[in-house]
Ligand binder design. Structure first.
Ligand SMILES: *[C@@H]1O[C@H](CO)[C@@H](O)[C@H](O)[C@H]1NC(C)=O
Ligand SMILES: *[C@@H]1O[C@H](CO)[C@@H](O)[C@H](O)[C@H]1NC(C)=O
Ligand SMILES: *[C@@H]1O[C@H](CO)[C@@H](O)[C@H](O)[C@H]1NC(C)=O
Ligand SMILES: *[C@@H]1O[C@H](CO)[C@@H](O)[C@H](O)[C@H]1NC(C)=O
Length: 232
């Protein structure tokens, strides 16, 4: 019996693992295709993007699991510095039964309200499916933009149509970085700007760390299995 449970647990973890896709294998609805994608280093998030440098037009799809099913996800550009304060955010959440994207000028940590932001944003659309929310949008950047400060976030609470503060765990506080719009292809090389000054030896890869953890658990369970069989 215990053996069966362990085998089941191992299978479950393997199935779970096959779901932790990296961006290059993700299929987006409506057959949307982007030139580039990044496995963002925190919050199991992914950014797909195409940049038309002649028009400074950035088309994105941002995918992340909200902290709770009735929560929210956010992707933002900070025009002045890496970090949340001052960022120009797109936030997706459920408004009266419909997934919606709204724009927010995040100039404080206090209560926020939807507002116009520093960029023209078009084609905004949100989805929630299989535990993942997606924000689709096209953003008009200032002419000749080559890099942007991106900030992303997830939260679990929406009150009266307003997303409420997110957790303050390291993953939440470090979910920001520079996006180099001149680097083409599928890459996960977002230089993550950490709020601490501790050295960051390698670009983090959410996919890889999940992989490592799951392999560790799997190996442990397999050993536990054999050990149990042997004893029995
Ligand atoms: C939600 O979507 C339905 C169907 O498209 C629409 O009839 C309804 O007005 C929408 N509700 C809000 C609050 O936008
Ligand atoms: C953008 O770059 C082009 C070509 O280098 C230049 O002619 C133009 O003045 C630049 N625009 C701005 C706003 O810097
Ligand atoms: C992310 O980086 C790792 C290690 O550098 C690499 O093995 C992996 O294929 C990359 N993922 C994508 C989607 O490019
Ligand atoms: C990641 O980006 C930095 C800065 O653009 C570059 O120096 C480095 O070579 C890149 N690393 C990889 C693995 O692409």
């Amino acid at each position: 019996m215990a053996f069966m449970i362990l085998v089941f647990a191992v299978l479950l973890l393997q199935i779970h693992h096959s779901h932790s896709l990296t961006c290059s294998s993700q299929k987006l609805t409506g057959n949307r295709v982007y030139d580039n994608c990044n496995d963002l280093p925190h919050l199991s998030s992914y950014l797909h993007w195409s940049y038309d440098s002649s028009k400074s037009s950035l088309k994105i799809a941002f995918l992340a699991p909200p902290a709770k099913s009735d929560g929210w996800i956010s992707w933002a550009i900070n025009p002045t510095k890496p970090g949340m304060i001052g960022s120009q955010a797109l936030i997706a959440y459920n408004v009266d039964g419909n997934m919606t994207v709204k724009t927010f000028d995040l100039n404080s940590y206090k209560q926020i309200v939807p507002s116009k932001i520093a960029y023209e944003v078009s084609d905004m659309e949100a989805e929630y499916s299989g535990g993942t929310m997606t924000i689709f949008a096209t953003i008009a950047l200032p002419a000749n933009t080559t890099t942007i400060n991106q900030v992303w976030q997830v939260g679990g609470i929406v009150v009266n149509g307003i997303p409420i503060a997110h957790a303050m765990l390291p993953d939440n506080l470090n979910s920001k970085g520079t996006l180099d719009l001149t680097v083409k292809g599928n890459n996960n090389n977002t230089s993550s700007t950490s709020s601490t000054s501790s050295p960051s030896p390698q670009p983090h890869n959410g996919g890889d760390s999940t992989h490592g953890k799951i392999n560790g658990i799997t190996i442990f369970l397999i050993f536990a299995c054999f050990w149990h069989l042997f004893v029995c």
